[in-house]
Ligand binder design. Structure first.
Ligand SMILES: Nc1ncnc2c1ncn2[C@@H]1O[C@H](COP(=O)(O)OP(=O)(O)OP(=O)(O)O)[C@@H](O)[C@H]1O
Length: 593
């Protein structure tokens, strides 16, 4: 019985080749995606390694990748499964509008001017230079077609830099503002790399018959974010022959196992469910060529670190250097960078300034509100929004609270007071969480009360207002929370309720707002001045135009090498700094702290 992508492809190829007994293939042979649609004779019917991608031997003239231009269902080789079109009806419109501008196409009203003067810093040895257009990057026909279908007219700053770095085979730690297109920045090189056959291994190692061997692993901290990445990745990989599967907790594992058995190139997963699958030997990481950690600082924070270490270091994944590792987040505290560097080999650090820092896309307000007054204050805000017409069907409000109980209580209270609300937090079943998110996204329930489970990564169009009903303890969490609005160059509003309980956040919050050209109330400045200068944890990203800076610079920056790293033009970097030869000096406090 074929039990994995490779088995299925191999057995199917053997059937096509006229092999009378499909079980003749006792040892399954790995069939890379670029060969899966090729004539059976050229693909998986032998045990010898598949030939490397070869333009001249490719039947699909004009496509360098071998994926059929006319899509799936073209059973010329070992693969005949039809693929759901993730673009639905939009496709025709996209085809027609391919030459139109982004504004005309409505994607997404992305305000590229807002990105023009974004500060960018890279550090590392021989950093590949950035590109200005997608056309400059050789991503392959099928992927380029999907980029057009997504109506991405030009790359965002993080994409301009990160994609060439990753395509150059380099490990990457990338810190870029919320809503700036990091998902595509790691998906494009992975999909393109798999299509090129870079991910191919000569042969799958023999293991349990039902074990699957993904080529790429994308880890994310929440189920909802994993699903979102899956949906994006499926769009980007449509008709490329690259198959993406998701695995996350709270949903029936059997269904996910069935999906995995149908084959997987890119596995998107939350850590807990993945550990489960690894322990059941249903997934092996032996063939991983690409590892991406989205929200990487969260993944390496105390809560997740042991699981991540187990997955990356203690199972069968190839070590750094033998795989390509990409870490992405909007925030990258130094202590987490230090941990993360264990997973990386000769990596490039990329920092792209927060959108808000130069364009004020997110208007941030802080109001002093006693605990007991928070509800009535929120009510005032919502009434004002309604009166101003902001709270239309499509203008959504996301309210962050500290506890699950608090979320439920506030939701009930809002509903009782005529404001339809729903909630998302860790005590709700996965089904309830998904339902709540859907209801919010569609505008049926225009207020979502959430704990930090919704703080990171979620890309919900039309979130007009983020209210920090309870402020988080960590300034980085604040950055991620307010980043649910003002996405992809759009404008947004963030209001925070501050009181004495949040005193420790005063200084980093005031710093952050100042950098973002926001009005800092006098009372907050006074709070900030009173709070200790030492700063502790919350000093880690405050006081910088970026969500993080390369911790490796600590050692050398004080030696005064202005060429130590490049700014945008990537000419500098490690090894150019004279005397260091690519090594990183001892931790000396940098000028940025
Ligand atoms: N080149 C592009 N042109 C137009 N829109 C884009 C482009 N790249 C990404 N987008 C859109 O921008 C939005 C934000 O992208 P994404 O969710 O990847 O941001 P992010 O940087 O991962 O944010 P976060 O830090 O919150 O996770 C998405 O709706 C995405 O489709």
């Amino acid at each position: 019985m074929p039990t994995s992508w490779a088995d299925l492809a191999a057995n199917s190829a053997s059937e096509n080749a006229g092999t009378s007994n499909s079980t003749a293939l006792t040892r399954p042979v790995y069939v890379p995606p670029h060969l899966r649609n090729r004539a059976a004779s050229a693909s998986a019917s032998t045990e010898s390694p598949p030939a490397p991608p070869n333009v001249s031997s490719n039947n699909n003239v004009g496509s360098r990748w071998g994926a059929p231009r006319n899509g799936w269902g073209n059973r010329s080789g070992g693969w005949d499964r039809r693929e759901v079109n993730p673009f639905g009806d939009q496709e025709d419109a996209a085809e027609e509008g391919a030459a139109a501008s982004g504004e005309e196409q409505g994607n997404m009203g992305i305000n590229f001017d807002a990105y023009e003067d974004i500060p960018v810093e890279t550090s590392g040895e021989n950093v590949p230079p950035p590109v200005n257009t997608f056309a400059e990057i050789d991503l392959g026909d099928a992927l380029n077609q999907n980029i057009r279908r997504c109506k991405y007219v030009k790359p965002t700053p993080v994409q301009r830099h990160a994609i060439p770095i990753s395509l150059g085979g380099r490990d990457l730690m990338a810190c870029a503002q919320t809503g700036s297109g990091k998902t595509a920045a790691f998906c494009f090189p992975i999909i393109s790399g798999i299509m090129r056959g870079q991910g191919q291994a000569p042969q799958r190692p023999p293991r349990g018959a039902r074990t699957v061997y993904p080529l790429a692993l994308v880890l994310s901290p929440t189920r909802e974010l994993s699903v979102q990445i899956l949906e994006e990745a499926r769009k980007f990989s449509y008709q490329t022959g690259v198959r993406v599967v998701v695995a996350y907790g709270g949903a029936p594992i059997n269904q996910q196992l069935r999906e995995l058995e149908r084959g997987v190139d890119i596995l998107v997963a939350t850590p807990g469910r993945l550990v489960d699958l690894l322990e059941r030997a249903r997934v092996s990481l032996q063939m991983i060529k690409y590892l991406a950690l989205d929200e990487a600082d969260r993944m390496l924070d105390m809560g997740f670190e042991p699981q991540i270490r187990k997955i990356v270091e203690q199972m069968d994944m190839p070590p750094p250097g033998a795989r390509q590792t990409m870490l992405f987040s909007a925030t990258f505290p130094r202590e987490i960078q230090r941990l993360a560097s264990d997973f990386l080999s000769n990596y490039v650090f990329l920092a792209v300034g927060r959108v808000g820092s130069s364009t004020d896309l997110i208007v941030q307000r802080v109001e002093y509100v006693q605990e007991s007054d928070k509800r009535s204050h929120l009510m005032d805000l919502l009434h004002a929004q309604r009166a101003n017409g902001v709270q239309g069907k499509q203008a959504l409000t996301l309210v962050f609270v500290e506890t699950k109980k608090g979320a439920d209580a506030l939701e009930h209270w809002l509903c009782r007071n005529g404001f339809p609300a729903t909630t998302i937090h860790g005590d709700r079943s996965q089904q309830e969480r998904e339902l709540a998110l859907r209801s919010f996204k569609t505008g049926n329930t225009p207020i979502l009360v959430a704990t930090d489970v919704a703080a990171r990564g979620l890309d919900i169009p039309h979130v007009a207002h983020v209210v920090n009903f309870d402020l988080p303890n960590d300034i980085d969490d604040y950055v991620h929370r307010i980043g649910r609005t003002g996405r992809a160059g759009k404008k947004g509003l963030a209001t925070a309720f501050f009181n004495d309980n949040n005193a420790s956040l005063a200084r980093p919050l005031a710093d952050l707002m100042q950098e973002a050209n926001q009005e800092v109330p006098d009372w907050l400045s006074r709070y900030a001045a009173r709070s200790s200068i030492g700063g502790g944890r919350n000093r880690r990203t405050g006081g910088s135009r970026f969500g993080g800076r390369d911790f490796r610079r600590e050692g050398s920056f004080s030696r005064g090498g202005s060429d130590y790293y490049s700014t945008g033009n990537n000419s500098g970097g490690y090894g150019n700094s004279g005397g260091y030869g690519g090594g990183y000096g001892p931790g000396v406090t940098s000028a940025w702290d």
